[in-house]
Design a binder for this molecule. Sequence first.
Ligand SMILES: [Zn+2]
Length: 447
Amino acid sequence: MNCRHCNTPLKLVFVDLNNCPLSNDMLTQSQLDQPETYYPLKVYMCHSCFLVQVDEMKKAELIFNNEYTYFSSFSKSWLAHAKRYVDMMTVRFNLGESSQVIEIASNDGYLLQYFKEYNIPVLGVDPTANTASIAISKGIPTIIDFFGSELANKFKYQGIKADLILGNNVLAHTPNIDDFVQGVKIAMKENGVATFEFPHLYQLIEENQFDTIYHEHFSYLSFITVYNIFKSQDLEIFDVEELPTHGGSLRVFAKHTADTTKSISPNVQKLFDKEIKAGMCTLQYYSGFQSKVDKIKYDFWKFLIMAKKHNKTVVGYGAAAKGNTLINYCGLKGDDLIKFVCDASPFKQNRLLPGSHIPVKHPDEIKQLKPDYVIIFPWNLKTEISEQLSYIKEWNGKFVTFIPEMEIFTAKKTEIRSSIKQKFYSIRNVVAAQIALIQSDGLSANL
Ligand SMILES: [Zn+2]
């Protein structure tokens, strides 16, 4: 495999998550009678341009198909994030009824709907017909296709050019990232702006977010690599924001290099300095990640075995890609240790998780079963989810997250538990801290 940006042959493995099925391929009962395809999930880093990447094991066309079950509008906090962005951009770049906004990976129209409310003309692009059809039903024109230079040229011949072109969580999902950015260049007006949000590789490494690695996610991006990829297509990043979304994302603002109407924000140099200081342009920075990932695997098993031994019931919440990466890397199969995983999306309910075959149920099933522990797989939404499920305290139920490290908490006791952890970290005895947390939940450490 060669680097998808600079074409250097890749030699260095960043982390190897072994073989697993596609994280978003939810199964039906009848599919259990058929063989399931597993793909290697080995992540490489380019020693020349530092782009961290996985090979395109399954063609993007086969991943983002009609069975794609991720609908952005199911997360209230994501909708609020989209609304704040629309308000900020409308004011900052003076967008109005004569402007054109294009969103790449517009999903079910979760974001463009807010521009539409301001009568700003919008156009969505998304290859997944089932999400796009929902957007179209909301009156948001959507092209069902992949974005790249080819589609951008079609827009050009139709006279469509964007004052604002944006994409959230798509840059990392595109196998031919250079052609994608070239498309942005073609589709953007002379004085236009492009913004992209993507999870920051810095956070992935610092916070052990290995469960954000999955086959649909082809590249893992630092600011420096993204800056250079844009530069190679004659685009310049003139501002950048650090966001809390998805465990820590970046929002970059790009313009044509020749556009002199926008000044370069000091944020650009600040983030360069932060990444260089952290060592992101050295090979050493990327070593040692595998052992951090393995430690989470051992904690996951330790928790599940102790819970089983003490007749505690465990369920999960959030049948998303993150949970599948964690479960499949740990090698868990069947529903004896995690009874089921709940999800608010009706498109996932009554299906089974790929690989582990844990059933997916409606969140109300938690009220029926009254489990002792609810593992929150999308740890980035743990505040939102623990508030929604705060009723589990009625039967003394507790929440568990595994990233950046194992934590057991109740809504009320979070602060106390953090202080316990802090005390143990001060003597650098992380294992003792975890055992203490489990003991405080009534589980003996007597394995
Ligand atoms: Zn490279």
